[in-house]
Ligand binder design. Sequence first.
Ligand code: HEC
Length: 135
Amino acid sequence: MLEASAPGVGTVMSSVQLHFAKLYFAGKAQNWPLAEFELHEVEENLDKAVALRPEEHGVNLIGLTDAFKQTQLTALKEAAAQKDGDAFQAAYTEAVGVCNGCHEETQRPFILITVPTIPPLSNQQWTPPMRPSEP
Ligand code: HEC
């Protein structure tokens, strides 16, 4: 019934998942422009998801998403801007916890996000492209 009134949230969340995984490998490879790009995609898709379903089980999903953007996702952006790999790793792990916090609050503890171990796709380079001016 809820699904019928709010179609597409699961699909949009799958996009969040993909971009969030790409984000990890971009950061790990110190490809900071790609990390910033993927962060934007994560935010855009999270916004789409909560626009489709602003509230569930009495939980304010827009509020949770705003808090996520202002804290952990901002920490990731700052780490990328400062090209700080250690800060990025720490912020990423915290962000994973927020993904799962919302899934738990919305009664889906079985959707458990983890730090990825292998890239989600094999047809994309994570390291920055070589430039002639660089060694
Ligand atoms: C504000 C709450 C909230 C946050 C934050 C959130 N999710 Fe979700 N997520 C949901 C809800 C609600 C669903 C169930 C959607 C549905 O009904 O299909 C969901 C479902 C999912 C699914 C299952 C999709 C499917 O159909 O297989 C994945 C994967 C997912 N989320 C990934 C993430 C990731 C990765 C993050 C963190 C970057 C995240 N989510 C953050 C609320 C959230």
